[in-house]
Design a protein around this ligand. Structure first.
Ligand SMILES: C[S@@+](CC[C@H](N)C(=O)[O-])C[C@H]1O[C@@H](n2cnc3c(N)ncnc32)[C@H](O)[C@@H]1O
Length: 377
């Protein structure tokens, strides 16, 4: 047993034990009980999410704005998954009906708790702090973290968590089939550099460009990149004001865009424009690879494993107390958007790999890749 990610197969096997999901599902069910949400659901009997938001505002002191209404919606979906509520969908808004006590969640045994400590400690720490703050946040307190100097260490630890490492490695593996010699790769929203390290490990000869909208995590990323010999072109954060603004690159400047854990920070109204910009900077036959969960669909078509669904709810709810978080986007909306923009949807994995269903996306721009270069793999 090791807290270090070694290979994809054992990484996926470890994630499929669903340990963090079991711990935090129980914690969120308790949260709903202690914050009075379950009681409000019990008394209301049948209600829509909008009605419950109004009830919680009136009876439990919950505020609205920022992510708060969405957070209530996530909790209702989680309570449905845990058997407390039943959801009925018939075209209009989802109607929730109170059902009863939550399904029992088997507590972790000693061996599983030890794995949690050793393998999932950095994810646990972050979720603990976010969930500790969530009750205050929903009642009007400010955001817990943002991407500034004061939180760089917190982000670095969280972003280095085991699940993200497995997901990045899986994504890079999937992007490998479109590989050219010395590929030009953009690490979009490079953060504290975990993606840069993974890219350089996978393709030591790559010509990598690192971009983020803030310089707050740059030193941490630089230190990580220094452990590798690859070439990195660091773009001054002043050159890009963030999502919704043009990327500071010429058309067709990259063979691959690596976009890890950035999509949930894009708001719905500007999302299409952001992906249009990504497509613009990709060469013909270029690849966009993205790590971002899809929000579980009510029909359970894209994600029917209850623990994956639960895990996505937990993550979405926890990170909602961070400034800029917009939530995981609908799977079908993403597929539709990418197709309308002219991407070829090469693959989104669902109901295949259990742990990473709807988290790994590959989009390809039309055309033959590397017309003037040799395709090597
Ligand atoms: C969860 S971190 C992921 C970082 C990195 N890609 C990784 O996988 O570790 C989200 C990234 O999105 C960036 N980000 C957040 N809001 C943004 C915005 N409005 N415009 C551009 N980038 C943003 C942050 O600076 C951060 O690097």
């Amino acid at each position: 047993m090791s807290g270090t990610f070694t290979d994809l197969r054992s990484g996926i096997t470890m994630l499929r034990r669903f340990l963090t999901q079991r711990v935090y599902a129980a914690r969120l069910v308790d949260f709903c009980e202690s914050e009075g949400i379950t009681d409000c659901c019990r008394k209301a009997g049948r209600f829509t999410a909008a009605e419950m938001i109004a009830i919680l505002g009136r009876d439990a002191g919950f505020k609205t704005g920022d992510n708060r209404e969405r957070m209530t919606g996530i909790l209702l979906d989680l309570l449905e998954e845990r058997g407390v509520l039943k959801a009925q969908t018939s075209g209009g808004p989802v109607i929730y009906a109170f059902k009863g006590a939550p399904d029992e969640i088997k507590p972790l045994d000693a061996g599983e708790s030890a794995i949690m400590e050793e393998v999932f400690a950095s994810k646990m720490e972050f979720f603990e702090r976010c969930l500790d703050h969530a009750g205050r946040f929903m009642k009007g307190a400010g955001f817990l973290y943002e991407f500034d100097d004061s939180a760089a260490t917190v982000w670095d630890r969280f972003l280095g968590n085991f699940e993200f490492k497995v997901a990045r490695a899986f994504l890079l593996n999937s992007m490998n089939s479109y590989h050219t010699d010395r590929p030009r790769i953009l690490d979009l929203c490079c953060g504290t550099g975990h993606g840069l390290e993974a890219i350089l490990r996978q393709w030591p000869d790559a010509r990598v460009t690192a971009l983020d909208f803030t310089g707050a995590m740059r030193d941490t990323a630089l230190a990580k990149a220094a452990r590798h010999n690859g070439s990195i072109n660091w773009i001054d954060p002043d050159a890009w004001a963030g999502f919704g603004h043009p990327l500071p690159f010429a058309d067709c400047a990259f063979d691959k865009v690596f976009f890890s854990c950035g999509d949930p920070y894009i708001s719905e109204p500007i999302r299409r424009g952001v992906y249009a910009e990504i497509k613009r900077v990709l060469a013909p036959g270029g690849i966009l690879g993205s790590v971002a969960w899809g929000y579980p669909d009510k029909g359970r078509i894209h994600v029917n494993n209850p623990w994956i669904r639960t895990g996505v709810y937990i993550h979405d709810f926890a990170e909602s107390v961070c400034r800029g978080w917009q939530g995981f986007h609908d799977v079908d909306a993403t597929i539709k958007m990418a197709s309308e923009l002219g991407f070829e949807r090469s693959s989104v994995f669902f109901n295949n790999y259990y742990m990473l269903d709807t988290a790994i996306w590959i989009f390809r721009t039309p055309g033959a890749q590397g017309q003037d270069r040799t395709v090597t793999a």
